[in-house]
Design a protein around this ligand. Sequence first.
Ligand SMILES: Cc1ncc(COP(=O)(O)O)c(C=O)c1O
Length: 407
Amino acid sequence: MADSRIAGLYSRVARSGPPLFFPDPEHPTHFNFDQGLAAPETFPKDDILRLSQEILERDGAEALEYFDAKTGYEEMTFGYRGLREQVARRILQRQGRDLGPRGVILTSGSVQAIALAANAFVDPGDVVIAEGASFPYALRFMETAGAELRAVPLDDDGMDVDALERLLATLGAEGKKVKLVYTIPTFQMPTNTEMPLRRREKLLALAAAHGFVVLEDNVYGELRFDGEPLPTLLSLDTSGLVIQTGSFSKAVVPGIRLGWMAGPPDAIAALAAVRQDLGTSQWTARVMTEFLARDMLDPHLEKAVAVYKSKCRAAVDAVRQHCGNYVRFRAPRGSFYLWLEIDDQVDWARAADMAAREGIFFRPGQRFMDSTDGRQFLRFAYSHVSEQVITDGIAKLGAILRECARG
Ligand SMILES: Cc1ncc(COP(=O)(O)O)c(C=O)c1O
């Protein structure tokens, strides 16, 4: 295919690589810990059905148009105003920022919001900084916008902002312009760490001093089952430089494909300016508008988070019981993942191969990382499978690690 006639006509962006997707496993999967997906048993199917029907009966053809004539064309760039108002209301309630409906743009999942942000703020040659293990799609969008990517190391408290400060000084000395820092401060993906308040404040002070955009990815932010919530970067920001992406994908359902970017209206205007589609679905946006307006999100989250807490406990207990000496990890306080570091006494190449043959599927750490420094990690998603599968899969993995332990 690549040497076909049309392949010679690919654009620079298309030539930069194949679509980003992760390969299917070579062996039949019995224990799928690979994808970070919301648990299907939590999906509010009945509510979605009932609200869809009510909306189609109430709004008729209007719910199936490109935009609501009462609001006008702005919905083709920003999305359905009713949902923007609801998202803005929730941000005001929970994060204390009054952004208004022009401070929210609706997108096809948060991935589109991140892609728009890349096109809205990054020019070729600009430096974009991210955590040393991060969300590959976001990095890819930044790269295709022409960014020079730099990574800042992570530790148990998320991004090391002292290391960021040093990197900024080095880049400044080289005359390089840092345009944007992409960070996942709450339930960082893949490491599931949380950035403490002091680091959040320092990151914002650095943004104000150096004048770069902070893109806060908050898609897992509401999935907390332990510990006290930390203020978001958006809520702490006084510089107007923070934009925050959120989504219904992890908290409610991914298939509805609705996410957003929120921030000061003059930042969101830049995303609207580079939008290339004609907005998000009126229909699903109206369904989620009602879901929020009728205060259905919090009771839903309470139930869903209890499911993740229980699955997380099952995974943590099983890892401690079966993999004890061979892995290191932190018990998560929310979200979907364990981030396991494999002890170097294990012949990990052999163990990973055996696990694949046993149908145990997980995501190798290097898929997220700029450099592993020779260490071995794996991201284990417990969110989407049953507790039985979690316990059985980890027991098998533990037996493999034991067998592959050297000496
Ligand atoms: C950190 C992070 N951000 C954003 C997304 C995108 O989710 P969506 O586009 O479904 O909102 C994901 C999905 O896995 C993610 O892990």
